[in-house]
Design a protein around this ligand. Structure first.
Ligand code: ZN
Ligand code: ZN
Length: 331
């Protein structure tokens, strides 16, 4: 960094004090269409070393008070069905942090109304598996949400329709500030356990602190790698963006937005990558500092329906193609 760099912006997950908590925000039990009881589901995630779990049964709130938490922080939650997708499809809305016992809107309620209802009742609200649901981007733009599932393990396994990244990027380019979670969508029917999780930087080990951190974007999503830090600086003349990333060992680090793909970094020794013996893990990186010419992207439109600010988001991938994603960093 040089003295001309004057506008620092740290990814919200990586700023301020707190404790890192790992957990799954999408899980079913025998209270809806899952195969394990709520207490056995908690035992399963405790065995994986998770810190928290959201039991998101369909259209009902499984009360954590009635569950043996096995040491986990249980966040009262729901997966709420809603209606009126443009193509005749339904929404599945995750409401994380909702009072047990409250009467939920019926599934015939529109997605726009039900998502606004969840947020008005204090829940961090995410649209689940938009591709699997057959939702259009217009459908999701009409919602009141904190973000979406960038990766949903259950729908990856059952249909290869668990990736939300294209819709996420379109929303960001249209001015939304959506964050993204990775989840298991566990039904206990297959191997959808411990494959997608969210790392939350919470101020305390409580359900309330987890929900507050989710609302504030203080988290990142992962299916394997760790992201230790990500921050940006704009040069004083406004022409150059520096993006700094620190991770666990990964194959590649990516920056996307503003505009088209903005940068990617593999191990700098291409010869070394090209001559890796079969059966040997190629070399990895744990950091990269990108320099992006904003002059080249300045004419890209930013609709400004949300923040009106530009953003970048950072992702990384290991050699097993497991990934991690930061939330958008605004600048
Ligand atoms: Zn669902
Ligand atoms: Zn589900």
């Amino acid at each position: 960094m040089d003295a001309s760099e004057t506008v620092p912006g740290r990814g919200p997950a990586f700023a301020g004090p707190g404790t890192w908590l790992k957990g799954n925000l999408h899980c079913h039990t025998t209270e809806s269409d899952g195969a394990l009881s709520p207490s056995d589901a908690a035992a399963g995630y405790a065995a994986l070393g998770h810190d928290f779990l959201a039991l998101t049964d369909h259209d009902r709130i499984t009360d954590p008070q009635a569950v043996d938490a096995h040491g986990l922080i249980l966040v009262p939650s729901v997966e709420l069905t809603a209606a009126d997708g443009e193509l005749g499809t339904e929404f599945h809305l995750l409401g994380i942090g909702i009072a047990p016992g409250i009467t939920l809107p019926p599934p015939s309620t529109s997605g726009a109304v039900s998502s606004a209802w969840l947020r008005a009742h204090g829940a961090a609200t995410f649209v689940a598996h938009p591709h699997w649901s057959g939702l259009t981007t217009a459908d999701v733009l009409a919602l009141q949400i904190d973000g979406l599932e960038v990766m949903n393990t259950g729908t990856v396994l059952d249909s290869l329709k668990g990736d939300g990244s294209a819709m996420w990027d379109e929303g960001l380019l249209r001015g939304r500030t959506w964050s993204a979670i990775a989840t298991d969508d566990t039904h206990w029917h297959t191997i959808e356990r411990g494959r997608g999780w969210t790392m939350i930087h919470a101020e305390a080990r409580t359900p309330e602190a987890i929900v507050a951190a989710l609302r504030a974007g203080r988290f990142y999503a992962s299916t394997g790698p760790e992201i230790h830090d990500a921050w940006v600086e704009v040069s004083a003349d406004g022409r150059t963006l520096h993006v700094h990333v620190r991770t666990s060992p990964v194959a590649a680090i990516y920056v996307s937005g503003p505009g088209t793909n903005s940068g990617m970094a593999y191990h700098p020794d291409a010869t070394q990558l090209a001559t890796v013996p079969t059966g040997t893990m190629p070399p990895m990186i744990t950091a990269h500092d990108f320099t992006i010419d904003l002059g080249r992207t300045a004419r890209r439109p930013f609709a400004g329906q949300g923040s009106g600010r530009r953003h970048v988001r950072v992702a990384c991938m290991d050699w097993m193609q497991r990934r991690a994603w930061t939330n958008p960093i605004l600048f």
